[in-house]
Design a protein around this ligand. Structure first.
Ligand code: ZN
Length: 278
């Protein structure tokens, strides 16, 4: 239960976040122990599954503003709300789709009144359904402090100054250095950053951890990746557009956009020549 807490985000319009962080195991899992088979918990007898449409209907009746429901498969944020125009977007982990009636009641009083007792009981429900929260396929060791740039501090600053609605949503790490030995062909391109939706993880290329790379440029790359976390890819004709119009509009609105594009164009060669730490 101690891993569940609430946050208040007045500036972003995100009102209530029940943030669930899976605690790190104290010891690494023992090898060669077969994993426990994962059986999805069956809804208790006499409690029919709520289902998306029914849940949305109940949310709409309970809230005074028009509401939309987004069902997520998040690993950390189980419940959040966001104001979009005059509507309230309620984002819930899919475990709530077949939550028992009394949990849905708690959820509604949490959403309408922010009732702390309700959040406590919802926390218990989340705890009981922990096995339905997707785990990272592979544990990633996060390395945030570089020799020249501290990613954790950059992520914190970028979030606060430019993307408050991304608060606590994503993790960040330096990517791994390319192998130093062996003949490598000269790079023709370089991905300065990546964002993985499943793990909500931003990776920044270690080529950016050099004294010659200005802080504003690293911050801009972090901003770009964090924007992927906030603006999801859009499916157009069966293909995913990872930089939909809203993404591009918000990216261009960043005060350092022009300077970052220019710096990258002028220094691309320096980044392509990066061979790892010596
Ligand atoms: Zn991108």
């Amino acid at each position: 239960m101690d891993s569940i807490h609430e946050r208040w985000h007045p500036e972003s319009g995100m009102q209530l976040v029940l943030d669930f962080t899976a605690p790190k195991p104290a010891t690494p899992p023992a090898p060669r122990v077969p994993p426990t088979p994962r059986v999805p918990p069956a809804p208790a007898a006499g409690r029919p599954p709520v289902g998306r449409a029914r849940l949305l209907g109940r949310i709409r009746r309970a809230l005074e503003v028009p509401a939309d429901l987004v069902v997520t498969d998040n690993r950390r944020t189980m419940i959040s709300t966001k104001k979009r125009g005059g509507r309230l977007e309620v984002r819930l982990h899919h475990m709530f789709l077949d939550a028992p009636d009394e949990v849905v009641e708690e959820l509604l009083s949490y959403l309408t009144e922010g009732d702390p007792r309700a959040s406590h009981r919802i926390g218990r429900f989340i705890e009981e359904n922990r096995d339905r929260i997707k785990r990272r396929g592979r544990r990633v060791l996060l390395r945030t402090s570089g020799e020249h740039h501290d990613l954790e501090e950059l992520l914190e600053t970028v979030t606060r100054e430019h993307l408050p609605d991304a608060k606590d949503g994503a993790s960040i790490t330096w990517g791994r250095c390319p192998p130093k030995k062996g003949r490598r062909r000269r790079r023709r391109s370089i991905r300065l950053g990546t964002y993985t939706h499943e793990s909500q993880l931003i990776r920044i290329h270690p080529a950016l951890d050099q004294a010659v790379v200005p802080r504003f440029f690293v911050a801009f790359v972090v901003f770009h990746e964090l924007l992927h976390h906030v603006v999801p890819a859009r499916e157009v004709g069966g293909r995913f557009d990872h930089h939909p119009p809203e993404f591009k509009r918000r990216e261009r609105a960043h005060p350092d956009y022009a300077a970052a594009v220019r710096w990258e164009a002028e220094n691309l060669d320096l980044l392509l020549r990066f061979r790892g730490r010596s």
